[in-house]
Write a protein that binds this ligand. Structure first.
Ligand code: SF4
Length: 739
């Protein structure tokens, strides 16, 4: 019997569960962290996960997802070699997990395999459940077969390539998640890069071999950085090629530098959101811990007796979630700590001091990060990001690129405003440069606030009051808790600090703001949705930038109703637009409540000058709210792309006939509508698959509108070369859908 559910933990919920569905492997790779390192606990575990254990694991994951209202959870089928379980047992496992978890949260299915046992039958089964497959490959035949060998000593390269050929076939291409390559510095990095690219992977992961201070990395000598040198040669070639494929560790370091999140636990501050369930049902920490010592990954708990929330309360898990505070003193004082994050947790281990050390790869990581900073110019959007957005998608990393570009635009606007700032604002302005060095995250949070840009544009365009520049600096001082003070000028009896809140000023005299002197502050309202904090902007004086008017200050009851309806809408999206959730969560920082239409018509809007803010009139229909969120998400993404590229010839005059309006539209507005309707059609497509009432008709209508508008744009002369590429991406997505 599984023990009764515990109360939800206040800790960051787990987001990914690695299930060791089969404990043995058909290969005997000598760098394998399961069998060849310090931990030998695999010897005592069952060969595969029994059906009863799968059921317990599924129940625990579903319980956790429900308790934390998670829109999505990642399930990684892992081993050993997961495909050793065979098609029948794989189907049973997927069915049990799906039945328990899918009603609660969308499942991001993954499998990590050596690819040798991939067959058409397995491919069809994985297609049925939508399981994406990552394959381990270390490069060309010589590089790969240095380590990835059978027990008899023979190499595995040809068999793995056969499995990859299957994944590249059009039928199975959508299953192909990417390649995982463990670095051996004796291999030529360019030859490895070219061999990996030849397999046409959608993603590449480059993994440092697992090591600790007790068992240092192979071929590393004090005073040398062979791993950084190896990676930098590959990085230079990758940049010179125009980044033809996402490489997770490089993209993560670039994304963190631009204020995004790391999509890998290898760099950036570990969020501690991954847990492993072993074949015997025991909870473990990530596999990399097996390098540290025998039993290092173990928690002593299992899925029968311990919930995921209880697991999070264990000291080891709490420590993983303690962010920068949990790092060694050396790391905390390191100038690149925000990007490095102390490296992989396991790589910090040393007998005696445990994990309270920098990474054993410290010198390599520092060299890699600082050298990447001086690498030649990076294109604004890598081609794959542009194409991902054009297809109607846009995951968290793609959105991080857009956010980085928006930050550049906002900063440039602030510099322009500062050039003719009033006296008070001009006094405050230099402090921002100091704060940028001390507290870059606080500066980034304020300068990327959507309504900082709307104000800056109005300043420059309409000669609007520049006094808000001091408010921006004061908001950063407060957000950073900096030991500084900023003088600000009240307007209309108020001082609004963007992202912080509003103070009432009894006179028009200047007021000195410090983090400790905010008596009477009415803070910006926030709501938590799917683990993310959104601002509910009902007071920022520059929020009213949409075609519909914004509401005034909400009551507490109104704010609670927004929290409820946004959470319900997110839940709808986990069913109807699961691929959009990560990007939506990354992009949207603000919801601006709009005044509702008197006739009950739904209202939503975005402004190209307010990236990250969606304007929406309240509705108690979560399905309708879900559609509005995705509709506006599309407009926000396209607006940000239009900030970077001319997709439509500015001199084009021919209007475009579209299905959703009686009047022909200017080409750029037609493109906006086409892109928004693409995502709306996709929602109705999924609802039709679930036989939701009326969904089939809605799907047909939105799909046809989108298709015909895309064709009209492509048949016209208004699109630029990049615009044509963008619309081709839209059309390619529709072509994959049922007629
Ligand atoms: S580079 Fe070294 S000291 Fe700096 S954060 Fe990384 S591991 Fe720690």
């Amino acid at each position: 019997m599984t023990s009764p559910p515990s109360s939800p933990s206040s800790r960051t919920p787990l987001r990914q569960f690695v299930l060791k569905v089969h404990g043995l492997c058909n290969l005997a790779c000598d760098h394998c962290y399961v069998y060849e390192l310090a931990d030998q606990t695999w010897r005592d575990k069952p060969a595969f996960m029994a059906p009863g254990t799968v059921r317990h694991a599924a129940a625990r994951i579903a319980e956790h997802a429900a308790q934390h209202s998670l829109g999505a959870v990642g399930i990684v089928l892992h081993g050993g070699e997961p495909l050793l379980m065979g098609a029948r047992r794989l189907r049973e496992t997927l069915t049990v997990l799906d039945a328990a978890i899918a009603p609660v949260a969308w499942i991001d299915w993954r499998m990590q395999t050596n690819g040798i046992l991939l067959t058409d039958e397995i491919g069809e089964l994985l297609l049925e459940f939508g399981v994406k497959v990552g394959v381990s490959l270390d490069g060309d035949r010589a590089a790969n077969d240095r380590h990835r060998r059978y027990r008899h000593g023979g190499g595995s390269h040809p068999e793995t390539l056969r499995g990859l050929a299957l994944l590249r076939r059009p039928r199975f291409r959508e299953l192909y998640a990417g390649l995982l390559c463990t670095i051996d510095v004796r291999n030529d990095p360019i030859a490895v890069y070219e061999a990996l690219l030849a397999e046409e992977p959608p993603h590449v992961d480059l993994l440092l071999p697992h090591a600790t201070w007790d068992e240092p990395p192979p071929y590393a000598q004090p005073g040398t950085t062979p791993y950084a040198d190896w990676l930098l040669r590959l990085h230079d070639r990758w940049l010179a090629d125009g980044r033809p494929v996402p490489i997770r560790s490089f993209d993560a370091l670039h994304a963190i530098a631009r204020g995004g999140r790391s999509a890998t636990e290898a760099v950036g501050v570990d969020r501690g959101i991954v847990a492993v369930i072993e074949t015997d049902g025991t909870w473990e920490q990530p596999d990399s811990m097996k390098v540290a010592f025998h039993g290092a990954a173990g928690t002593g708990r299992d899925v029968v007796t311990t919930s995921a929330d209880e697991l999070l309360e264990l000291p080891a898990m709490r420590h993983r979630q303690s962010g920068l505070a949990g790092l060694s003193a050396t790391c905390r004082a390191c100038p690149v700590v925000a990007r490095c994050g102390g490296g992989l947790y396991a790589h910090r281990y040393r007998t005696g001091s445990g994990f309270d050390n920098p990474s054993v790869y410290c010198a390599d990581l520092k060299e890699l990060i600082t050298s990447m900073d001086t690498a030649p110019g990076i294109p604004t959007l890598p081609e794959w990001v542009f194409d991902e957005l054009a297809s109607g998608g846009g995951g968290a990393l793609a959105i991080a690129y857009l956010t980085a570009a928006q930050e550049s635009i906002s900063r440039a606007l602030l510099v322009a405003v500062a050039e003719h700032a009033d006296e008070t604002a001009a006094r405050a302005w230099p402090l921002l440069a100091d704060l940028d060095k001390q507290s870059p995250a606080a500066v980034r949070a304020v300068v990327t606030h959507p309504f900082v840009r709307t104000w800056a544009v109005r300043c420059l365009r309409d000669g609007h009051n520049t006094a808000r520049l001091a408010d921006v600096v004061a908001a950063v001082v407060v957000a950073a808790g900096a030991d500084a003070e900023v003088e600000v000028t009240p307007r209309n009896g108020k001082i609004h600090l963007p992202t912080i809140g509003t103070l009432t000023a009894p006179t028009s005299a200047n007021v000195t703001i410090t983090p400790g002197a905010l008596a009477g502050l009415a803070p910006v309202r926030t709501v938590e949705v799917d683990g993310r904090v959104l601002r509910l902007e009902d007071a920022d004086p520059y929020r009213d930038c949409h075609e519909w008017p914004a509401t005034g200050r909400l009551t507490d009851g109104d704010a609670e109703a927004w929290a409820t309806s946004l959470t319900a809408a997110w839940r709808e999206l986990s069913l109807d637009a699961p691929e959009q959730l990560a990007g939506l969560g990354e992009l949207v920082t603000v919801v601006t409540p709009l005044v509702a239409a008197t006739d009950g018509t739904l209202r939503s809007a975005t402004s190209q000058q307010a990236f990250g803010a969606l304007g929406i009139a309240a509705t108690d229909d979560p399905a309708a709210l879900a559609v509005m969120l995705v509709h506006e998400f599309q407009h926000a993404k396209l607006g940000a792309v239009l900030d970077l590229y001319d997709l439509v010839d500015p001199d084009a005059t021919d209007p475009v006939t579209v299905g959703w309006r009686p009047d022909p539209r200017p080409a750029e507005l037609a493109l906006q509508g086409t892109y928004a309707h693409l995502a709306v059609a996709d929602i109705w497509r999924r609802r039709a698959l679930r036989s939701a009432p009326g969904a089939a008709g809605h799907y047909t209508m939105y799909r046809d509108w989108t298709l015909h508008a895309a064709d009209a744009l492509r048949n016209g002369t208004a699109l630029t070369t990049m615009g044509r590429r963008f619309v081709n991406g839209i059309a390619a997505t529709i072509a994959r859908w049922p007629k």
